[in-house]
Write a protein that binds this ligand. Structure first.
Ligand SMILES: *[C@@H]1O[C@H](CO)[C@@H](O)[C@H](O)[C@H]1NC(C)=O
Ligand SMILES: *[C@@H]1O[C@H](CO)[C@@H](O)[C@H](O)[C@H]1NC(C)=O
Ligand SMILES: *[C@@H]1O[C@H](CO)[C@@H](O)[C@H](O)[C@H]1NC(C)=O
Ligand SMILES: *[C@@H]1O[C@H](CO)[C@@H](O)[C@H](O)[C@H]1NC(C)=O
Ligand SMILES: *[C@@H]1O[C@H](CO)[C@@H](O)[C@H](O)[C@H]1NC(C)=O
Length: 686
């Protein structure tokens, strides 16, 4: 029997556990007297179902935070098996945070884990964004609200603030302005890295410090760096002083009340990313037995935790198909982990989306060396990119119910219903805006010292350009025999126009990545025939995503043309006009010069259409399979990249980006537009 008072509290539409979690916050602050009374009301004596907060803080008093000694974790002196799921607040629309947190809690989990992306929170040096900077991603950046909401939904929080987060995220979450320093050594004690990092942490951490469990909030554990054991090895020694420095910054900001940990794949990195006394956790999805026993061997007196149990995997452009990992293997590995009494964080529980230009890239020692990631971050996880339940969700819920020591003690909220997906009627292209008109509205600079990297362009108050495209323009007399040569590489893809005519072809097959205009091509030439007259030569270079894993300090992370000079007919060209085409949402919304659509243009161009909705918007997917390559903006928000090479052919369009009435859809298409904007109610992930 449920006590009626509990029903009133628990059926709060704002959040199943909102009241009790808030009471918890308040009572911890107000000390035991009132606290014990309030919690008595909410406690097991009156209710036969408890929240996790009720269970771990039965009288409103916190004595200790999360402790990792012996075989089991304890929280406030009670044993806890941490059942956590990764949800990146910067990859799920904030209007969907609560629904997603409820889905995580309804699976039986007791914690949510997130990274914190430095590049979004400090887009320009000493300019911070925690939700109100008015930038494209600002709406996603109220990390404090996200953490508080997790508590309202009866979840503890594991915080992984970086500064490096990997995460298949642009530059592993580091801001591109770091790359203006030619001597930059990221993730080391190099002052040029450590000092900005400290300034950033001193800004971020005070905003969250009172959200620790010990102070009435949900944060129970904080990670130091991220997979540091995998970094630089073997050509760069592990910089333990740097790891210690991060720990010291966390401690100076009051975070030693939470449990510190590092995470690595034990059998690949051993303890090379660890610090004495700091809990090591493991990341893997194969050889669980071996990895867990090595972790136990390295750390016999401490409980086991798999910080990243990879529930699926992510996609690279040009791959033959969307990565799916078998449901059965997922279940077996989860069961193996739990049967070792190990706590777990499912990475990811929901992948979400790397909106805009936020997808990162990997490097390979072998061809094709650089492999950029797709905008969809559907991880083949328990929840799909759009938050739908998958077979893995059902299986995980079932397995966790068998291993959760608090099953039957703690309440099981109901699973929220699926969000309806719409397949809206297709939208015709109504207007276009040509390349010259587009360029005329971009920031530009003239130089006579050759091409400059994106990062060194004199824009954004001395921070350079971070993302998007750069267009380099020169004037030269071209003969019927003229050629253009780019010494070394383009970072990452280039299209050439001569007097407004495109001279390069779209990607046509894997071997192309080693030819002119692609990242693997080195010292490649392109014929640019002219008529013995001065011509305008333009090279549009796209940043396809900075590398997020491996050796980001060794890879060529600056974007644009900077590795070597550009030659026309063998002569180095030093005079350039450089346009910075950042394609920020507000810039795209502000564009003027649209004309009625009269057929596809043969150059990069903008295309616009209007989606009219009569009722409340629903989630949908934009099917760009009829187009070639570019990015799509919906009501001024950059949804991400599409590219006919796949594997994905759709872009997830969350309902909160749409509104009743007219919605503006704009595509920047680099080669050839499709016949219309097409919407589907299911994704094509490839
Ligand atoms: C441990 O896990 C990693 C990642 O899944 C895997 O690459 C490695 O091979 C595993 N260890 C062993 C001994 O296989
Ligand atoms: C897991 O914990 C239970 C209960 O404490 C214990 O009986 C069992 O031996 C443990 N299993 C392992 C693999 O450590
Ligand atoms: C064009 O260049 C080729 C070799 O690079 C040369 O053989 C040919 O004579 C040139 N033609 C003209 C018209 O300059
Ligand atoms: C590319 O050209 C540069 C400058 O001439 C040269 O140093 C380099 O070795 C060349 N690389 C290749 C692969 O030809
Ligand atoms: C776009 O236009 C608005 C209103 O005219 C202006 O405030 C804003 O600065 C413009 N943004 C950009 C990036 O040009």
């Amino acid at each position: 029997m449920r006590d009626c008072r509990c029903d009133v509290i628990y059926n709060n539409p704002q959040g199943m556990y909102k009241k009790s979690a808030l009471e918890f916050t308040r009572t911890v602050a107000m000390a035991p007297y009132i606290g014990s009374f309030l919690f008595a009301l909410l406690s097991i004596h009156l209710c036969n179902s408890l929240s996790y907060y009720d269970y771990f803080v039965p009288d409103g008093v916190v004595n200790t935070g999360l402790v990792a000694e012996g075989d089991d974790f304890t929280l406030n002196d009670k044993e806890i098996l941490i059942l956590s799921g990764a949800l990146h607040y910067f990859r799920v629309h904030p209007s969907h945070w609560r629904d997603t947190l409820k889905k995580i809690r309804a699976a039986g989990m007791n914690a949510v884990e997130t990274y914190v992306p430095w590049n979004l929170h400090e887009p320009r040096q000493n300019v911070y964004d925690f939700g109100d900077l008015g930038e494209d991603m600002s709406a996603f950046l109220d990390v404090r609200s996200f953490i508080q909401m997790a508590q309202e939904e009866d979840l503890f929080v594991i915080l992984r603030p970086g500064p490096y987060i990997c995460a298949e995220w642009e530059f592993g979450g580091m801001p591109s302005w770091l790359l203006r320093d030619p001597n930059m050594e990221v993730r080391t004690s190099y002052e040029g890295f450590k000092t900005p990092l400290e300034v950033y942490f001193n800004n971020l951490l005070p905003r969250l410090v009172d959200l620790q469990f010990t102070r009435g909030g949900p944060i129970i554990a904080v990670q130091i760096e991220n997979e540091y054991g995998n970094f630089g090895y073997p050509d760069v020694p592990h910089d333990k002083e740097y790891l210690e420095a991060i720990k010291d910054i966390l401690t100076a900001n009051g975070f030693s009340e939470s449990l510190y940990f590092t995470s690595d794949t034990p059998l690949l990195a051993g303890d090379s990313g660890a610090l004495p006394g700091v809990l090591m956790t493991a990341n893997f999805n194969t050889y669980g037995e071996e990895n867990l026993s090595l972790l136990k061997e390295m750390q016999p007196d401490r409980p086991l935790m798999v910080m990243e149990f990879w529930t699926g995997w992510f996609d690279h452009w040009l791959a033959p198909f969307h990565v799916r990992t078998p449901v059965k293997g997922f279940g077996e590995m989860l069961e193996l982990i739990l049967s070792h009494n190990s706590s777990v964080n499912m990475y990811m529980f929901i992948g979400g989306t790397s909106f805009g230009f936020m997808a990162g890239a990997n490097t390979l020692d072998i061809w094709p060396h650089y492999t950029p990631q797709t905008s969809t971050y559907d991880y083949d996880a328990p929840l799909s990119e759009a938050g739908d339940y998958t077979e893995k969700y059902i299986l995980a819920k079932d397995i966790m119910a068998r291993y959760n020591p608090l099953e039957g003690v703690v309440d099981h909220p109901e699973q929220p219903p699926q969000r309806v997906k719409a397949s809206y009627p297709e939208v015709a292209i109504s207007e276009s805006l040509d390349f010259a008109t587009l360029l005329s509205q971009q920031n530009s600079v003239e130089t006579d010292e050759g091409t400059l990297s994106m990062e060194l362009l004199p824009f954004n108050e001395g921070n350079g350009q971070s993302y998007g495209y750069v267009v380099y323009t020169a004037h030269a007399t071209l003969t019927p025999n003229s050629s253009l040569q780019i010494i070394n590489h383009v970072r990452d893809m280039a299209q050439v126009l001569v007097d407004g005519v495109v001279m390069t072809k779209p990607y046509g097959g894997l071997l192309d990545v080693s030819s002119f205009g692609f990242w693997n091509g080195q010292n490649k030439s392109l014929a640019i025939p002219g008529q013995d007259e001065v011509a305008e030569v333009m090279i549009m270079v796209e940043n396809l995503g900075r590398v997020n894993f491996g050796r980001p300090h060794k890879y060529h992370q600056q974007k644009g043309l900077w590795e070597g000079p550009v030659l026309i007919d063998g002569i180095q060209v030093d005079q350039w006009i450089i346009h910075s085409m950042e394609l920020k949402g507000s810039q795209v919304t502000n564009l003027t010069g649209w004309i009625p659509f009269a057929g596809p243009l043969e150059t990069p161009a903008m295309y616009r259409g209007v989606l009219h909705l009569d009722g409340p918007p629903q989630d949908t997917f934009l099917d760009m399979s009829g187009w070639n390559k570019g990015v799509v903006f919906v009501n001024g928000f950059n949804l991400g990249r599409y590219w006919v090479v796949g594997p994905p052919k759709t872009l997830y369009l969350p309902a909160p980006f749409l509104r009743e009435g007219n919605n503006q859809i704009i595509a920047f298409e680099q080669y050839a537009p499709g016949p219309a904007f097409v919407f589907r109610d299911t994704p094509i992930l490839g």
